[in-house]
Design a protein around this ligand. Structure first.
Ligand SMILES: *[C@@H]1O[C@H](CO)[C@@H](O)[C@H](O)[C@H]1NC(C)=O
Ligand SMILES: *[C@@H]1O[C@H](CO)[C@@H](O)[C@H](O)[C@H]1NC(C)=O
Ligand SMILES: *[C@@H]1O[C@H](CO)[C@@H](O)[C@H](O)[C@H]1NC(C)=O
Ligand SMILES: *[C@@H]1O[C@H](CO)[C@@H](O)[C@H](O)[C@H]1NC(C)=O
Ligand SMILES: *[C@@H]1O[C@H](CO)[C@@H](O)[C@H](O)[C@H]1NC(C)=O
Ligand SMILES: *[C@@H]1O[C@H](CO)[C@@H](O)[C@H](O)[C@H]1NC(C)=O
Ligand SMILES: *[C@@H]1O[C@H](CO)[C@@H](O)[C@H](O)[C@H]1NC(C)=O
Ligand SMILES: *[C@@H]1O[C@H](CO)[C@@H](O)[C@H](O)[C@H]1NC(C)=O
Ligand SMILES: *[C@@H]1O[C@H](CO)[C@@H](O)[C@H](O)[C@H]1NC(C)=O
Ligand SMILES: *[C@@H]1O[C@H](CO)[C@@H](O)[C@H](O)[C@H]1NC(C)=O
Ligand SMILES: *[C@@H]1O[C@H](CO)[C@@H](O)[C@H](O)[C@H]1NC(C)=O
Ligand SMILES: *[C@@H]1O[C@H](CO)[C@@H](O)[C@H](O)[C@H]1NC(C)=O
Length: 666
């Protein structure tokens, strides 16, 4: 009895190996876009996020939804701060400014304003580039400082003479060079002057650290590096919901996000705060250039968020927006002899940007009459107007299906499919793309595992219930299986991007528009993100999902190759590809295994003694997450690299634990 029990145990712990034979050809060419990125201006991923501007509310921009405010500026030296529309505005786009005045005319001292940045300012020994516009008659000096908010430490200071001229806004430029790093990001920016000669108005007060590729008005280097590490191929811009506009009916307008910052009014974003639009169309395209990725540009297609009266434009009302898209395309692609091509050149960009993909709208199947109007006229109007002028541009429909029909009568060839779900559900969706049309192609523009499994139930997300705070390991494993599913069908699935991409972990402190959250968003909108961050550049959280994408995206291959197996999928899921004869890539992920899984993988043409490299990611348990705990990033994801040697017949043998995500290259 005892012996029998023991031998049963031994038998059970040595499971029968999964024997796979990988062919050398006969698969499908892989999409060069397979792994990409999606940007959504949520949780201060743009302003206060990847856009490197350090000053919060630099230009007092306001809108119907988010009126101009002085928040978070504070007076220094007892100054009186007043928000004003001066009779001479800085520009029609930036009419409001702050008037900084002494408390009484008798006051003789240094006064000024301070700004806490986007919940802190990171200070390092490097050059900070700043500027501000001033209106007044002041003839003295301006002093600019970076100082601690907790101690009396001043990390950098510079004094510049005033160039003020009565009745005229004058720009002042400066640089700050801290000699040492601040111990934390609890720092403020201070701008001071001598109050003897009265008040001064300030606007567009800006400060940038060094940016990625040293671009003026550019992006935070460490966040760009976090994206570059993913070896991405595309970037979906300028957002999903963010292009649509909420109850205030204010969609993203390309032409109000270009040119000098003084010409950009900003707009009410969709996610609870106004956007400065300092990160505008040109900056988005430069971001693509800097990461060497292809832009997937989205334009608004006539559906506002929500189901309020008039949330879908009639064909007549939509017509100017189609015209506007043609203008935008001319700005990006047109010759410098065209109206908007000339405008591009005047901004310093004589050469067109390499735009190949244009998405018409975002999730246009949502809300009453979304799908029907999209299929009946909205997609068609864009298709009819754009495809004759830009036949080489691929138009992507936003409904995740192929019901939208273009002018020629042909269905949209590409569609953008979004999925947010639970681990079991992602795994159960393996095979989703095995039988879809190869004529029409799918871009998985948004995917993420956002909620935990429900007992014995394969079901979608309940948006009204809490989601994971951070992407958890079991979710990342299920996303790996979803990615394998897509890679296996990379003749049908052109690419995929996790969403949302970023969040500023302090953004919850921002006043959220109750209206937009209550009416048009979900009751529990907090979602796990690919990359989370704070003002402190050492606190960047690269999620479990980031680690999986980094592994898979850096292991690309030209074409899939057939794999024959004596075992069906589950608990192991796999895909194999080849780049050149003998150079194979094998990807696998293990889910729900009751014991570790042995593999024998034989690659056609390889022989005994050939070498391979096995990289395995795992974590202590399914709910492990990369997280910021008491200011320090905790990363439980383990990465193990093993050199393998092929045994007889060129087979590689190895064993993987539950929840492993692995890549074997030869
Ligand atoms: C894999 O091959 C080995 C050795 O030939 C064999 O013992 C094992 O049963 C095979 N596995 C399966 C699942 O058939
Ligand atoms: C290639 O695509 C076809 C469908 O067009 C699919 O049936 C086949 O499994 C794919 N081949 C590989 C190796 O993935
Ligand atoms: C400035 O003008 C705008 C537009 O007319 C108005 O909405 C805003 O309230 C004014 N702000 C101030 C501080 O007067
Ligand atoms: C500065 O300190 C005040 C008071 O403690 C706090 O409210 C504010 O958030 C701090 N600012 C920064 C940048 O940390
Ligand atoms: C700055 O310090 C204040 C007071 O200690 C604290 O409340 C706040 O969270 C800190 N902010 C940052 C960005 O460190
Ligand atoms: C941008 O384009 C829209 C639509 O063509 C137009 O109404 C608006 O005035 C333009 N804005 C600017 C700043 O040119
Ligand atoms: C949807 O379309 C129908 C038919 O055109 C119309 O009667 C209805 O008002 C529309 N609903 C909304 C919310 O737009
Ligand atoms: C477009 O796709 C739909 C759904 O697959 C199909 O019913 C319809 O016949 C297609 N139309 C054309 C013109 O191919
Ligand atoms: C994983 O195992 C659990 C528990 O046995 C089961 O409910 C679930 O359906 C399994 N998931 C998948 C995708 O097989
Ligand atoms: C992200 O934004 C949503 C919607 O505005 C908000 O409810 C949530 O608290 C934010 N999350 C964080 C971490 O700030
Ligand atoms: C893989 O791609 C490279 C570069 O495009 C090409 O030279 C090579 O022939 C391709 N190999 C296969 C097996 O398709
Ligand atoms: C693997 O994970 C599943 C839950 O998804 C669990 O049921 C199973 O016991 C785990 N296997 C091992 C060997 O830990």
């Amino acid at each position: 009895m005892f012996r029998k029990f023991l031998s049963f145990q031994l038998l059970a712990s040595v499971a029968s190996a999964i024997n796979l034979t990988v062919a050398s050809n006969g698969g499908n060419v892989s999409s060069p876009l397979m792994y990409g990125l999606m940007f959504e201006d949520i949780n201060h991923s743009g302003d206060g996020g990847i856009y490197a501007e350090l000053i919060q509310n630099r230009a007092f921009q306001g809108s119907l939804e988010y009126p101009s405010t002085l928040t978070p500026w504070e007076p220094v030296g007892g100054a009186v701060l007043t928000l004003q529309n001066t009779s001479v505005p800085l520009s029609s786009a930036l009419p409001a400014s702050v008037n900084v005045a002494p408390r009484s005319s008798a006051q003789r001292s240094t006064i000024g304003i301070s700004n806490p940045g986007w919940w802190g300012i990171d200070i390092k020994p490097q050059t900070y580039t700043g500027s501000f516009w001033a209106l007044g008659t002041y003839k003295g000096q301006f002093t600019i400082k970076l100082q601690s908010n907790l101690t009396s430490d001043i990390f950098a200071t510079v004094t510049i003479p005033s160039s003020c001229q009565a009745g005229k806004w004058v720009e002042h430029k400066f640089e700050l060079e801290p000699k040492s790093a601040a111990p934390n990001s609890n720092n403020t920016f201070v701008l001071e002057f001598d109050s003897t000669s009265g008040s001064v108005n300030f606007n567009l007060i800006s400060l940038f650290p060094p940016t990625y590729n040293n671009r003026a008005n550019g992006n935070r280097p460490e966040l760009m590096a976090a994206l570059k590490a993913l070896n991405p191929s595309f970037l979906r811009i300028p957002g999903g919901n963010n292009i649509e506009g909420d109850v205030y009916h204010y969609p993203w307008r390309w032409n109000e996000t270009i040119g000098p910052l003084t010409q950009r009014p900003g707009r009410p974003g969709t996610w609870g705060y106004g956007n400065t639009d300092g990160l505008g169309l040109v900056e988005y395209l430069n971001w693509c250039t800097d990461l060497d990725v292809t832009p997937v540009l989205a334009v608004w297609s006539g559906m506002y968020l929500g189901n309020d009266i008039g949330h879908i434009l009639s064909a007549e009302a939509l017509a100017p927006w189609v015209e506007d898209t043609l203008n935008e395309l001319e700005f990006i692609l047109g010759p410098t002899t065209s109206t908007y091509g000339a405008l591009r050149a005047s901004l310093g960009y004589p050469n067109p940007w390499p735009l190949k993909y244009l998405e018409i709208g975002n999730e246009d199947d949502l809300y009453t009459n979304g799908s029907t109007t999209y299929a009946e006229y909205r997609f068609k109007m864009f298709y009819d107007a754009i495809s004759p002028v830009y036949p080489e541009l691929t138009l992507v429909s936003s409904t995740g299906d192929y019901t939208a029909v273009g002018g020629s009568g042909a269905n949209a060839t590409y569609t953008d499919y979004h999925v947010y779900t639970r681990p079991d559900t992602f795994v159960s969706m393996f095979g989703t793309f095995d039988h879809v049309s190869r004529v029409h192609k799918t871009l998985i523009g948004e995917y993420a595992c956002v909620q935990g499994n429900l007992k014995n139930e394969i079901t979608g997300v309940n948006w009204d219930l809490p989601k994971f705070d951070w992407p958890v390991w079991v979710g990342a494993v299920s996303e790996a299986i979803w990615s394998i599913n897509a890679e296996r069908n990379s003749d049908a699935v052109i690419g995929m991007s996790y969403a949302p991409g970023f969040q500023n972990l302090n953004s919850y402190e921002w006043t959220v528009s109750l209206l937009s959250i209550f009416k048009y968003s979900h009751a529990n909108p907090t979602q796990p993100d690919l990359v989370s961050f704070t003002a402190d550049t050492s606190q960047t959280v690269l999620s479990t999902s980031h680690s999986v994408i980094e592994l898979f995206s850096n292991a690309r291959y030209n074409a899939t190759v057939p794999v024959t197996s004596d075992t069906s999928y589950g608990p192991a899921y796999w895909v194999a590809g080849v780049s050149e004869p003998g150079a194979y890539t094998f990807k696998t992920a293990i889910y729900n295994a009751t014991e570790s899984v042995p593999f024998n993988v034989q690659f056609t043409g390889l022989k005994q003694g050939d070498k391979g490299t096995l990289t395995v990611l795992n974590a202590p348990d399914g709910l492990s997450a990369v997280a910021l705990e008491e200011g320090v990033v905790q990363n439980p994801v383990t990465k193990k690299v093993t050199q393998l040697v092929a045994g007889s017949g060129g087979a590689f043998s190895f064993e993987l634990e539950n929840y492993s995500v692995a890549v074997l290259t030869t």
